[in-house]
Design a protein around this ligand. Structure first.
Ligand code: ATP
Ligand code: LTN
Length: 330
């Protein structure tokens, strides 16, 4: 039998999962799951890089698990598990910390963005180290492919650099993983600020459509979404708000943006928003319903995550052992 190449990706259980997570990540994971050996992680250690309420975190972890499955990930085909339940992530992170450079971490734009408001002085060391833990996540499984949204490109480049550097310094150990970014929906922007990415940690609920939002909330948020001046419905750089709505339309409907532009020639923004809202409501309804059903049986979700962690541990252990041995820690 031909062995399948391996995929690894993850989402943080912080805040509400939104359309950006769905179109930039989840939908593609589901689309490729038959072709690969899949590891989809709930990256709870990453969530700790900013303060979390333990009670809320516990609930969010289950919610992410439910959304993974409700979106169409099949637990028979995918190892679904929590990062903190496989201690190799934290251990390999330390080994890679000693290979990563302060300078390269200082250049990470996500760190700069996330510390812009509060300043670096009060940022956690974990937030600074976030990309190294992310590198450990993937390298620990010798994964070949990492499907993510556009915002993760720089972290993925660093991951590849660390894999190559380790291999060069200590001998072939890690697969150098490839980045996979979808053609549409890779960078969904905030509905109320199309120059910012749609983000889970946003304090403004009107900036995102959550996967679990009810239909009326989705309709209201899309109705209130910012638009651009003018009336034409075209995806052009001068129209970032309309471009974003068209991109979401395309991602949710599977239709090319150009075709949607033609359909809306001579029609108004109101029409576009109304129909887009229905496309989003229809697309998310089955996910939301299924997620709620799954959340009604939390013990089952917990069992599934435990089983996933056992399988993940089995895959991770030999890779970690080989990295330790290369460093002289055997
Ligand atoms: P936060 O804003 O709290 O940092 P987030 O919304 O960026 O969180 P993550 O858990 O960091 O969510 O990301 C999970 C996955 O979703 C990643 O693959 C990321 O690239 C993708 N993603 C996140 N936001 C967007 C977005 N606005 N558009 C497309 N993909 C996105
Ligand atoms: N940092 C990622 C989430 C993440 C991830 C990973 C993605 C953590 N570990 C490993 C892919 C592979 C983010 O999207 N913000």
């Amino acid at each position: 039998m031909e062995t399948k190449r391996r995929v690894f990706s993850g989402i943080q259980p912080s805040g509400n999962l939104h359309l950006g997570n769905y179109l930039g990540a989840l939908k593609n994971w589901v689309a490729i799951q038959d072709e690969y050996d899949n590891y989809f992680c709930i990256v709870d250690l990453h969530a700790l890089t900013v303060p979390q309420d333990p009670k809320v975190l516990r609930q969010k972890i289950r919610e992410v698990a439910a959304i993974y499955i409700a979106s169409g990930l099949d637990p028979e085909k995918c190892v679904i598990f929590r990062q903190s339940k496989v201690s190799g992530h934290a251990e390999l992170c330390w080994l890679l910390n000693c290979v990563a450079r302060f300078g390269e971490l200082s250049r990470m734009t996500q760190f700069k963005d996330k510390t812009r408001k509060g300043g670096v002085e009060s940022a956690s060391a974990g937030l600074f180290d976030y990309p190294v833990l992310q590198a450990a996540d993937v390298l620990l499984y010798n994964a070949h492919l990492v499907p993510v949204g556009e915002d993760q490109r720089q972290h993925l480049e660093l991951m590849r650099t660390l894999a190559r550097r380790f291999n060069h310094l200590y001998g072939e150990t890690f697969v150098v993983p490839e980045t996979m970014i979808p053609p549409t929906g890779a960078r969904v922007m905030a509905l109320d600020a199309p120059d910012e990415k749609m983000s889970k940690s946003s304090p403004r609920p009107g900036s995102y459509v959550a996967i679990l939002d009810d239909p009326d909330t989705i309709r209201r948020k899309i109705r209130r979404a910012k638009t651009d001046s003018g009336t034409e419905i075209r995806a052009v750089p001068e129209k970032p708000a309309i471009t974003n709505l068209l991109d979401v339309y395309s991602g949710m409907s599977g239709r090319p943006v150009a075709e949607i532009e033609v359909e809306y020639e001579g029609r108004g923004y109101g029409d576009l928003k109304k129909n887009l809202a229905e496309v989003v409501v229809e697309g998310l309804a089955p996910v939301r319903d299924r997620a709620h059903e799954l959340l009604d049986h939390p013990a089952k979700l917990d069992d599934l995550l435990e089983a996933g962690a056992r399988r993940a541990n089995d895959t991770a252990r030999p890779v970690l052992e080989s990295a330790r041995a290369k460093l002289g820690l055997d």
